[in-house]
Design a protein around this ligand. Structure first.
Ligand code: ADP
Ligand code: MG
Length: 730
């Protein structure tokens, strides 16, 4: 689609296409070149420091303070060889983005000598002036200190930005009393809880298991638009999504974009950010077009969950930066454009033992089959028992546009197991006898491991409408928003599975203590879990109207909006769960709830302001200009005395335009009033509800009239880039 209204852009774009291709470089030669890991650590650290670092990474323990100076010196030497001048503690505050505060190595000693220094203290802990990060009331202003503390399990890396290079130390961010203020601290705690609970369960099957690692492979969807066009739209610039815009005649209905050939300009961008990602050790593997025009996806090879979460946050940051080099803007918002699909971030999650077994991959022997079934059933039970918490984990103003809009999983949490495994579960459940006999062990001798891959291969057994689907050797949490920090959903998933496994162990041990054979005891508990969690399993079309009705009958929750969904975080059972697993204190939970509500309010508030502003400053003036053109025209035709019939169409148009102008004006005024009323309510939850139901209610009304005007007003007079100009990059 040519771009007559914004002609300069095409030239800029063609310049950028030529740069930043791989130029014959292999990925393996770039991988980890900017990460303090593997061989690099070995090279730059003494034997003693190396051993100490490795030991604390393995045990998840604190670094020996005596060793910290040595490790810091090694890191500094390595970084300086790469031209690094500054270091930064890198963290993920509850703003959803990443945060860095740079300090130079350079310092002046008390005797006046200027030197470059980076010691153990600087590595281990910093006190950024972080009083402006969201804290949900945890930090009173008189005690605004926040600390960042090194997380050795995620390696340090060198961040390049323009010509600047910074040594980044991944850290957790906590208040002076240890309360967490970020995504990473609770995630690490949840990893420890699940590791412990899962190892205990593994020991029923294999005494050699000492550690269970949680793995995450995310798939990141995003939109790409021309930067200059985006800059001409205050809504894209300030809210990351369009608040107005009529659907183009051609959207995604022909389904010609999905897996289609990647537009050259976007392809250059992809290659560029991939190379930046490889340097930082982010193992990107997949790239392709997504369903909507202008929409794409990338995915790495899965990694340990803490590292995978860091890598996702880091990549989003890199993509935004690299896009600028290509005069592009990348949109991570869940719903940047009305009428075409929104973006998600599928979180593929599994568990792996230190003996090399994927606990969610069907086993090859009856014994490993039972181990697989144990983790499979426990995960389903966890989702069943804590579905509302999973829903809360993915709640955000952006994701509300997606969940339940017939393009992404609904707001109803359910689990897809696949036909074959559903039958296996039903079969186990149907054994109603008091005791399992040897004969029942036949179930465990089923060739699950052979059946599953075959079913998956022909793709008939893949349900792409489910929010939480089993996909052969992992669960895929598909309802996570594209802009989200994966830490939030992973923390909650890990915690609920840890809790379920703990209860499972207790129940099995009780049966064994009564003299039951181990395998039979396990089967008994699994059977009861299958029965108890049955209502969360759904194999059909999650987008359908019938499912919403059926789910209601089953008593499943369907929280359509964020303020409502977030309530689950502060119930007594949530507090009990998070406190007993050592993830959050009650105060931390309440703070998080408050922060998420505040974030919701602010997002909707900003959108409301921008919408009012665009209407008043852009749309209405353009409409009035066009009105004047019509008035002039009618006046001229009248002068020619050609009769009423000669300007009937113009008069009619004038009436229509005037009506839309009036409607927009009135609704914008009413929206401003609604905002004032909401702002006067000091109860955060009530204020969020008011923004959700009273303020936001005007968005669609205003949009309806503005989008109609877009269709009527002279193309040259319309001030905003249109969907057809934004969505079809070449
Ligand atoms: P899709 O869902 O798009 O069809 P795949 O199912 O092939 O794609 O894989 C999607 C993602 O699943 C990949 O990013 C991959 O890293 C991740 N994945 C594969 N195995 C595991 C695992 N054991 N644990 C976590 N993630 C995994
Ligand atoms: Mg997927």
């Amino acid at each position: 689609m040519s771009n007559l209204r914004f002609p300069a852009l095409q030239e800029l774009a063609s310049e950028e296409r030529k740069v930043n291709h791989y130029n014959g470089k292999r990925v393996t030669t770039m991988l980890n070149s900017h990460v303090f890991t593997g061989r690099t650590i070995r090279e730059y650290l003494s034997d003693e420091a190396y051993k100490s670092l490795m030991a604390s990474i393995k045990a998840g323990a604190k670094i020996d303070r005596k060793m910290a100076d040595q490790i810091a010196a090694g890191m500094k030497a390595w970084a300086e060889e790469h031209g690094v001048t500054h270091f930064s503690h890198w963290f993920q505050p509850l703003t959803g983005g990443t945060a860095e505060k740079h300090d130079s190595f350079f310092t002046i000693k008390s005797d006046g000598t200027a030197i470059e220094l980076f010691d153990g203290d600087a590595l281990i802990q910093q006190e950024p002036d972080a009083s402006s990060f969201p804290n949900g009331g945890i930090r009173a202003t008189f005690e605004a200190r926040g600390y960042t503390a090194w997380d050795p399990s995620s390696p340090a890396f060198i961040m390049e930005s323009g010509y600047g290079k910074t040594l980044c130390i991944p850290t957790i961010f906590i208040a002076y009393n240890g309360e967490s203020l970020d995504y990473k601290a609770p995630l690490i705690k949840s990893v420890a809880a699940l590791d412990k609970a899962a190892v205990e369960v593994c020991r029923y099957f294999d005494k050699n298991v000492n550690k269970v690692t949680i793995t995450l492979g995310w798939e990141q969807e995003y939109f790409v638009v021309d930067e200059s066009l985006a800059n001409a739209r205050p809504d894209l610039l300030m809210c990351g999504r369009t608040l107005l815009g009529h659907s183009p005649a051609k959207g995604q209905q022909l389904e010609d974009h999905y897996f289609g050939s990647i537009p050259e300009r976007v392809f250059a961008f992809m290659q560029d950010f991939e190379q930046e990602a490889y340097k930082l050790g982010i193992p990107l593997r997949t790239r392709h077009n997504e369903v909507a025009p202008g929409q794409f996806e990338c995915a790495p090879i899965f990694e340990e969950v803490n590292i995978a979460v860091d890598h996702n946050s880091l990549l989003m940051d890199i993509m935004a930066k690299v896009a600028k080099r290509h005069k592009l803007k990348v949109l991570f918002h869940e719903k940047p454009f009305k009428g075409v699909n929104g973006s998600g971030k599928h979180n593929n999650w599994s568990l792996a033992t230190d003996t090399g077994v994927n606990l969610l991959a069907p086993g090859k022997t009856p014994r490993t089959n039972l181990m697989f079934l144990t983790f499979f059933v426990n995960t389903i039970k966890a989702v069943h028992d804590y579905a509302d918490l999973l829903r809360a984990a993915i709640a955000s103003a952006g994701n509300d546009h997606r969940l339940g809009a017939n393009e992404a999983p609904p707001a109803i949490i359910s689990v897809f197991a696949g036909t074959y495994l559903s039958n296996v579960l039903d079969e186990i459940e149907s054994r109603v006898k008091e005791k399992f006999s040897e004969q029942d062990e036949v179930i465990l001798k089923l060739d699950i491991h052979k059946q599953i891959p075959e079913l998956l291969m022909d793709n008939t057994d893949r349900n792409r409408t489910s929010p939480f689907a089993f996909t052969g050797n992992k669960f895929e949490f598909r309802a996570v928003g594209s802009a989200a920090n994966c830490g939030s959903s992973m923390t909650i998933l890990n915690t609920i599975v840890a809790q379920t496994l703990k209860e499972f162990t207790k129940e099995v041990d009780a049966l064994i203590a009564k003299g039951e054979k181990k395998e039979i005891a396990i089967m008994h508990v699994l059977r009861s879990y299958i029965a108890q969690s049955k209502k969360i399993r759904f194999e059909g079309d999650n987008y359908s109207e019938e499912w919403a009705k059926e789910a209601e009958k089953r008593g499943l929750s369907n929280f359509k909006t964020t303020p409502e969904a977030l309530n689950a975080l502060i119930t007594d059972s949530a507090k009990e769960l998070f406190i007993s697993n050592g993830i959050f204190s009650a105060r931390e939970l309440e703070a998080r709830h408050e922060i998420m509500l505040e974030e919701y309010i602010k997002k909707v508030q900003i959108e409301a302001r921008i919408l009012g502003y665009i209407c008043t400053n852009h749309i209405l003036p353009a409409a009035i200009n066009y009105q004047n053109v019509l008035i002039e025209n009618v006046r001229g035709l009248k002068e020619l005395s050609l009769g009423e019939d000669s300007f009937r169409a113009q008069l009619n148009l004038l009436k229509i335009v005037s009506n839309h102008i009036q409607e927009i004006n009135d609704n914008v005024e009413a929206m401003i009033e609604a905002r004032k009323v909401a702002n006067n309510n000091s109860n955060t939850h009530e204020r969020a509800e008011m923004y959700c139901h009273q303020v936001k209610a005007y968005f669609d009304k205003i949009r309806y009239h503005a989008d109609k005007l877009e269709l009527i007003i002279d193309d040259k007079l319309y001030p905003l880039p249109k969907y057809r100009e934004l969505l079809f990059l070449r």
